[in-house]
Every structure is written in C-alpha cells, then in structure tokens.
Ligand binder design. Structure first.
Ligand code: ADP
Ligand code: ASP
Ligand code: MG
Length: 395
C-alpha cells in the first residue's frame, strides 16, 4: 500500500537557530516514523532575509531585481542544508534541493514571481529511495534559468503548491503561533484561535495583512483542494484547519497591514499613476478621493520604485497602517467604528468598504489600539452574547 505523503513547512522562527532546527527535525522524524513520506519546505532563518535586503539597500535603494533574487534566495539555502545535515546526523536519509533543483518553474516577475508548474520527478525519485526531501521555500527558476523569488512570506506558497503537485494528503504550515486567530495574537491578547476557518475568510484575512499565510498559498489551496493546516512548531496542538467554500461568520477577524503609505497627487495624474503602478508591478490597495487631491495607498517599499519615475507629480506622502474587519456583515460597522474610535481619540483617515471587508486607513501609531477596541466590540462581546444565549437555551 502507498504511504501517505505530508508536506511540512517551517518558517523563519522555527529554523532560527541550530537548537530550533533540531526541534524541527524531531517533528519530521515523528511524521516519518508514523509511516508517512515527508517533503519539507523551509524559510530562511529569522531575520536573515531582512539582513540580506538591508545589505542590498546599502548598495542601491532600488537594487536590480534579478540580483536581489540571487541574494535573497541564499537565505533558504542555508536553512535547507543545516536541516538536512541535522537529519543525517540523527540517522535519517535526507536530501536538500534548491527551488531550481526541485524544478519549481515560475514566471519572470523577479521579487514577486508566480509558480507556473512543478516537475515533481526529482522529488518523487528521492521519496522512492525513502529519503526525506527538503526544499528551499520562497524560490523558483524562470524559463531563462534565472532564480526568482515569490514575494515576502512566499515559502507558504512553495509548500502549498508542492503539496498540490505531489497530491499530498496534507500541507502543514508550522509557525510560531498555534493557528489562525481572530486577529494577530501578538497585538490583541484576547484574540481567539479558530479551529476551522473557511477559505473565503482566510483569503480576505491574508489579502489584508494577516501574514500567518501568504495570500497566493491560500488561493492555490482553495482552487486545488489542498488540505491545509496551520500549527505551531513549539507545541503539539492540532492548530487550525483551513477548509470550506462558504464564508461562515458575520465578522470572523481583523487583519493589520503595516508599512503602507498614502501618496497624494493631483486628480489629473491618477490615470498615469495607475499605468506606472501596473508597469512596475506595484499594487494599489485603495484610492482615496478628496475634493482637491487623490490619495493612493501602496506598500511603503514600493514607494522608492514609484518615486524614481513619478516624483514630480507626487505632492507628498505619509505613512499609514490599515486595519480591516473581515466577514459577511461589515456594511453596518462604519458608524459604530467611528464612534468607538473617536471616543478614544483615534482619527480614521478613510473607510473603504468591500464585499467581505471594511478597511480603515489610519496613522500607524493608532493601529494596535484601534485593533483592540474593535476586536472587543465586534468579536469578544459578540461571542459573550452567543455564549449567554446558549446557556439560556440549555437552561
Ligand atoms: P513564519 O516565519 O513561520 O512564516 P510569519 O511571521 O510569516 O511566520 O507568520 C506568523 C505570524 O503571523 C505570527 O507570529 C503572528 O504575529 C502573525 N499573525 C498576523 N495575523 C495573524 C492571525 N490572524 N493569526 C495568527 N497569526 C497572525
Ligand atoms: N524568507 C522569506 C521572507 O522572509 C520567505 C518566507 O519566510 O516565507 O519573506
Ligand atoms: Mg510567513
């Protein structure tokens, strides 16, 4: 009988030291000893991608995109080799592969590439030899043979796409929290872990900044029915399962996106700014229309690229953060949020309503406080009411 196949992905904190790599090896060995074939995807050791990025910025504020990919991909290569060595030392046959060696083929969009397909023959042959296969996350190769990277947080997408291509029984994303919460648990202490979260809600949470899963990983898993679980490297909890096509809750959670900015331009310049953004691969998160000007919300790190070609038309720019409520019933929240936040001296610059979310644009200094206020009002208290109703019903 064919053995089940599991893809396990370990993020930066999980492989952050030799000691932690040892803990990771224990998880892998357990899965292997339980009778599974195991393919592992690793991120760079925590802080390493930022360190490499910083070095590149010291050379050039807008480094050559191709060379940046060569540089950044080195981080994952370090982790994969250290993990394979650890497993070998513990008596387990393991082989590490770069994205290119694993035949992860992407498009040509350096720094933000999309996986086009994966030829799994090399991995399959190694599994056949009873090896544990370790693949560098975040990277692939384009049709020219150049290294590409998948955008920050992209190792999740490597793992989920590999799981899909290999028809794995489960893709397990091991990280430094024990599942998907109603908000980032580091910011909102009362955030609750979701045992199950449906795909539409998870997609919207990831799109709006809940970095526990990289957006394309959620989209791929949803489209290709990849069984997806988020769990902790540091405890034995079952974590959260991402499952289901239907959005289940009125308000399922809040997402925070930092390091954004609003650039203000004349109204007439909007069309050409949009064109420039498209050419440079810069995502516009929102457009704020005022009587005299237009504000365009983009990631702060995209600003340097845009400034190079658009500087003369930009009036000014200011840093902002985004706080987004995700769920089915968000239309009615604008007025209540406005009252709740104003009472606490928090000014919201703009509200943007979408199908499954309400996004607030506000000054970075307020975002954590605002997240706690809205979480208490919309999630913690709603659950308290639900709990009281259940108790009353049960007598
Ligand atoms: P990794 O390095 O393992 O990929 P990330 O830092 O990319 O880990 O993602 C995990 C982090 O995501 C957590 O430490 C947490 O601070 C943050 N996070 C943001 N939103 C959420 C959420 N809704 N649920 C859980 N974690 C979240
Ligand atoms: N190392 C990359 C990053 O820090 C990719 C990842 O961790 O998923 O963004
Ligand atoms: Mg991540």
């Amino acid at each position: 009988m064919k053995k089940p196949l599991i893809v396990q992905k370990f993020g930066g904190t999980s492989v952050g030291s030799i000691e932690r790599i040892h803990t990771v090896a224990e998880h892998i060995i357990k899965a292997k000893n339980d009778g599974n074939q195991v393919v592992v995807v690793v991120s760079a050791m925590s802080g390493e991608t930022n360190r490499l990025m910083e070095l590149a910025k010291q050379v050039d504020s807008v480094p050559t995109a191709r060379e940046l990919d060569v540089l950044l991909s080195a981080g994952e290569q370090v982790s994969m080799a250290l993990l394979a060595m650890t497993l070998n030392k513990l008596g387990y046959a393991a082989r590490s592969l770069t994205g290119a060696q694993a035949h992860i083929v992407t498009d040509n969009q350096h720094n933000d590439a999309t996986i086009k397909h994966i030829d799994t023959s090399t991995i399959a042959a190694l599994l056949e030899q009873n090896q544990i296969v370790i693949v560098a996350g975040f990277q692939g190769i384009n049709d020219n043979g150049d290294i590409t990277t998948l955008g920050r947080g992209g190792s999740d997408t490597s793992a989920v796409t590999l799981a899909g291509a290999l028809r794995a029984d489960e893709c397990q994303i091991f990280t430094d929290v024990d599942g998907v919460y109603t908000c980032d648990p580091r910011i909102v202490k009362s955030a609750q872990k979701l045992m199950v979260i449906d795909f539409p809600s998870m997609e919207e949470m990831a799109r709006k900044g809940a970095k526990v899963l990289h957006l394309p990983s959620v989209q791929y898993a949803w489209k290709n029915n990849v069984p997806l679980r988020v769990l902790s490297t540091f405890n034995t909890d079952d974590g959260s399962l991402v499952k289901g096509e239907e959005c289940q809750s009125d308000i399922c959670g809040l997402a925070i996106q930092r390091d954004m900015c609003v650039i203000k331009i004349e109204k007439e310049a909007l069309a050409s700014l949009k064109k420039q953004c498209q050419m440079l691969g810069v995502t516009i998160w929102n457009v704020i229309e005022h009587a005299e000007w237009v504000g365009v919300v983009i990631k702060h790190d995209a600003y340097a690229r845009l400034e190079l070609v658009f500087n003369d038309k930009i009036r000014n720019s200011e840093p902002v953060s985004l706080l987004t409520a995700v769920g089915l019933q968000v239309e009615g929240l604008i007025e209540r949020s406005h009252t709740l936040l104003t009472e606490q001296g928090i000014e919201v610059e703009h509200y943007a309503l979408n199908v499954r979310s309400l996004m607030l644009v506000l000054s970075p200094e307020y975002v954590d406080k605002a997240a706690n206020i809205l979480h208490d009002a919309y999630i913690t208290s709603a659950q308290a009411v639900e709990c009281q109703q259940k108790q009353a019903f049960l007598g």
